[in-house]
Design a protein around this ligand. Structure first.
Ligand SMILES: *Cc1c(COP(=O)(O)O)cnc(C)c1O
Length: 408
C-alpha cells in the first residue's frame, strides 16, 4: 500500500458521494453529460482569495498567473476576485480579454514573444514584462511604428532562487529575464527612448510550501529592487514580487503558513526606502489560487486483477492529468489525493491502483492506494486538479480529446 496526498479542505460528502457546490459527483457528471470531467469549485476559489487577502498587507495586489488554468468561466470568475492577470502568450492574452479582463490590468511575460504578439499587446496598453534586451528593442520599434508608448517592465533574472521550490526559475543561466547586473543599463535605455517605465518582474520559483523560504525570497527580491532603483535613478511604478506559493499534493505535505508570510511582508514593506514610497507591489500566483479548487472525475470502465493486484481502469488518464501521473516535472512518482467519489463515505477495504485508458504504463493516476471497494461504473476523484490539468496535459494523445470542464 502507498500513501495518497491530503484531500483539500472543504470537499465533503453528501448522500455517500463527494459533493461539490452542493451537487453530488453523479449529478455533476449527469449535468456535464460525460466523463472525464474537471469540476472547479466557486466557493473554494472565492474563499482562497479572501483568505489570502486577509493574510497579506493591503498594499500587495494579487494577480492570477493564468497558465495554471485558462478555462473561460474560471477566468471570468477570477476577474472579479483578483487585481490583475499575468499572461504568457498571445493566446492567453485573447482568452483574458474574452473573459472581460481590462487590458490595463494585464501583464505579459514569457520568452519568445513574436512581433505580432508585441503589436497586439502594445496596441491594447498591456504591460510587457520584457525578457531580454532584444525583445525590449523590438517593443520600442513596434511602439514607434504604431505611434504608441509601450508600457514596459523588465523581467529580472535574479542571482537567487526560491529554496525548496518545485521548479527553479531564477539563479544562474536562464532563458527567463535579463541578468540583474544588466538591468539598470536596459532600464535607463528604455526611459531615454520614451517607454512608459513600469518597473520589475522578479520570479524566482514555484511550488514552495515553506513560509521561511518564501519570506527569504521576498526579502532578497526587495533588496534587489532597492539596489536596482538606486542604480537606475527612477522609481518603478510596480514591482511584481513573483509568487511561488505551493499547495500540498503529496503525503506529508503541509500548507504554506500565509499568516507568517503576510506578517513578514508587512514588516518588509515598512522598512522600504522613500524611493519606493509610491511603488505598487503584486504577487502572481497560479496553482495557489486555483489548484485545490479543482477535482477531476473519471469513471471506472474495468476492474481486473493481475498477479494479485487490483487495477481500476478509468476512462481518464494522463492525457488530462499529466501531473497526477507523475510525468510533469517530478522525479519520484507519488500519489495525489484521490477518492472513490461515489463511495466517498465508505471505509477503505482494499489496495488498488487507478490507471487511465492509454496504452502506456506511464498512465497511472494512483498507485496501490487504500480505497473502498469500487466497481465498474463508480466515479474516481483526483484532487488538486485545478492547476496544470486540462491545459497542461497532452489531450490529443491516442486520439482521446479533451475532458469536459465545469465551474460550480
Ligand atoms: C508558471 C508561472 C507562474 C505560476 O506558477 P504557480 O506555481 O502556478 O503559482 C507565475 N509566474 C511565472 C512567471 C510563471 O512562469
Amino acid at each position: 500500500m502507498k500513501a495518497t496526498g491530503p484531500i483539500p479542505l472543504g470537499f465533503l460528502g453528501n448522500e455517500g458521494e463527494l459533493a461539490i457546490g452542493g451537487m453530488t459527483a453523479s449529478a455533476l457528471v449527469d449535468q456535464a453529460g460525460d466523463t472525464p470531467l474537471f469540476v472547479y469549485s466557486i466557493d473554494h476559489l472565492r474563499q482562497r482569495v479572501a483568505d489570502l487577502r486577509a493574510a497579506m498587507p493591503q498594499r500587495l495586489a494579487i494577480h492570477y498567473a493564468m497558465k495554471a488554468n485558462p478555462y473561460p468561466a474560471l477566468l471570468s470568475l477570477m476577474n472579479g476576485l483578483v487585481d490583475g492577470f499575468d499572461v504568457a502568450s498571445g493566446g492567453e492574452l485573447e482568452l483574458a480579454l474574452q473573459a472581460g479582463v481590462d487590458a490595463a490590468k494585464i501583464s505579459f511575460a514569457g520568452p519568445g514573444k513574436r512581433d505580432r504578439e508585441l503589436q497586439r499587446a502594445i496596441a491594447l496598453g498591456v504591460t510587457l514584462n520584457c525578457e531580454s534586451e532584444g525583445e525590449a528593442d523590438r517593443a520600442l520599434r513596434i511602439g514607434a511604428e504604431l505611434g504608441l508608448t509601450p508600457r514596459i517592465a523588465i523581467r529580472v533574472n535574479p542571482s537567487f532562487d526560491l529554496k525548496g521550490s518545485g521548479m527553479k526559475m531564477g539563479g544562474g543561466a536562464k532563458q527567463f529575464g535579463v541578468d540583474a547586473e544588466r538591468v539598470p543599463a536596459l532600464a535607463r535605455h528604455l526611459i531615454a527612448q520614451g517607454a512608459d517605465w513600469r518597473g520589475f518582474h522578479i520570479y524566482a520559483g514555484s511550488q514552495a510550501l515553506s513560509a521561511d523560504a518564501i519570506i527569504a525570497m521576498q526579502a532578497q527580491t526587495l533588496a534587489l529592487v532597492v539596489d536596482l532603483t538606486d542604480a537606475i535613478g527612477q522609481s518603478p511604478a510596480r514591482v511584481n514580487l513573483g509568487g511561488g506559493f505551493g499547495i500540498p499534493y503529496f503525503p506529508g505535505d503541509v500548507p504554506v503558513d500565509i499568516g507568517v508570510v503576510g506578517h513578514a511582508l508587512t514588516e518588509a514593506f515598512d522598512g522600504l526606502p522613500g524611493s519606493l514610497a509610491s511603488t505598487d507591489f503584486c504577487v502572481e500566483l497560479g496553482r495557489y489560487l486555483v489548484g485545490e479548487a479543482g477535482v477531476y472525475l473519471t469513471r471506472i470502465v474495468d476492474r481486473k486483477v493481475s498477479h494479485g493486484e487490483v487495477f481500476l481502469i478509468t476512462d481518464g488518464g494522463l492525457h488530462h492529468q499529466l501531473a497526477a501521473s507523475g510525468n510533469f516535472g517530478t522525479v519520484i512518482r507519488r500519489n495525489y489525493p484521490v477518492a472513490i467519489a461515489t463511495r466517498y463515505e465508505a471505509e477503505p477495504e482494499e489496495v488498488a491502483s487507478i490507471v487511465g485508458c492509454l496504452c502506456t504504463p506511464l498512465d497511472k493516476l494512483s498507485d496501490q492506494a487504500h480505497l473502498p471497494h469500487a466497481d465498474v461504473g463508480d466515479l474516481v476523484a483526483i484532487f488538486c486538479a485545478g492547476a496544470y490539468g486540462a491545459s497542461a496535459s497532452p489531450a490529443n494523445f491516442l486520439g482521446q480529446g479533451p475532458a469536459k470542464e465545469m465551474l460550480v
